[in-house]
Design a protein around this ligand. Structure first.
Ligand SMILES: [Zn+2]
Length: 265
């Protein structure tokens, strides 16, 4: 029998996970990275291979979750602290208007994080180590920014405090979007990426002069319509919303490839 103390500890652990707000789970991030990898130009691919050589990989999927993983590494405590707010943005209201000093003070939001690390990656005067780290953040943040609940406007920590029932268990809307819905396909990330890639290039909205702002605002607008009426996530919800989650993965993958081809090509 589970002791009261233990169940209280589990409950507490559940709450402690809430502020983590990691956006896509590992599968989602790896899918985005793999979709991008498949569309790198030969020049960009060669650069990726060179930058990632010390990591003993050439696959973007292998480094796609590093920006989240550092929170569990005591040696990276300062870096995690400096970057943890760059995985998301909280918009003020449902108009999704963006005022940098208000919504992204000191660049501490996903828009600022992406702009910073994309610039470091593009700067050939930076050290290889700095550009390698920048590549890892860019791969991750492009994914995060396309998760609608990572650029929402409601005061619910990106749906983390919006409790739902999903597959017979208590969960929250953020977690369902991170990983719960994707898992209903029962595919590993390689097969999932393969299937999404086979659908061909996803149509993108017209390019913006400020793409990192535009991508976050897209997520914010999409987040308006993804809240269930009640607090139960049923098969009908998944059927309606999973295609949107998959479209965001495909958009993120295509945009990440374009960004890397432009920056590293
Ligand atoms: Zn993240």
């Amino acid at each position: 029998m589970m002791s009261l103390r233990r169940s209280a500890a589990c409950l507490l652990a559940g709450f402690l996970l809430v502020p983590g707000a990691r956006a896509w789970g590992p599968e989602g991030h790896r899918i985005v990275a793999e979709l991008a990898q498949r569309h790198l130009s030969p020049a960009a691919e060669a650069q990726v291979e060179r930058l990632l050589a010390p990591e003993h990989t050439r696959r973007l999927a292998d480094i796609a979750t590093w920006a989240d993983d550092i929170q569990d590494d005591p040696a990276q405590k300062a870096l995690w602290k400096a970057t943890r707010r760059q995985h998301y943005i909280n918009f003020r209201d449902r108009t999704c208007g963006y005022q940098p000093p208000r919504d992204c003070p000191d660049g501490r939001c996903v828009i600022g994080g992406l702009a910073h690390y994309a610039a470091v990656l593009a700067d050939r005067s930076q050290s290889e180590a700095a550009r390698r780290e920048a590549l890892k953040f860019v791969v991750h943040f492009v994914g995060d920014e396309h998760q609608p609940l990572h650029a929402g406007y409601r005061p619910d920590k990106g749906g983390n405090t919006f409790q739902v029932r999903f597959e017979g268990k208590g969960s929250n809307l953020h977690r369902v979007w991170d990983s719960g819905m994707l898992r209903t396909r029962a595919l590993d990330w390689q097969d999932y990426a393969q299937r999404l890639d086979a659908r061909g290039p996803v149509a993108l909205p017209p390019a913006s002069d400020t793409p990192y702002v535009a991508w976050a605002q897209e997520s914010c607008r999409l987040s308006r319509d993804i809240y269930p009426d009640g607090h139960a996530i049923d098969a009908g919800y998944v059927e309606a919303e999973l295609p949107l989650a998959e479209r965001r993965l495909r958009e993120a993958g295509r945009r990440l490839a374009e960004l890397l081809n432009r920056t590293l090509g």
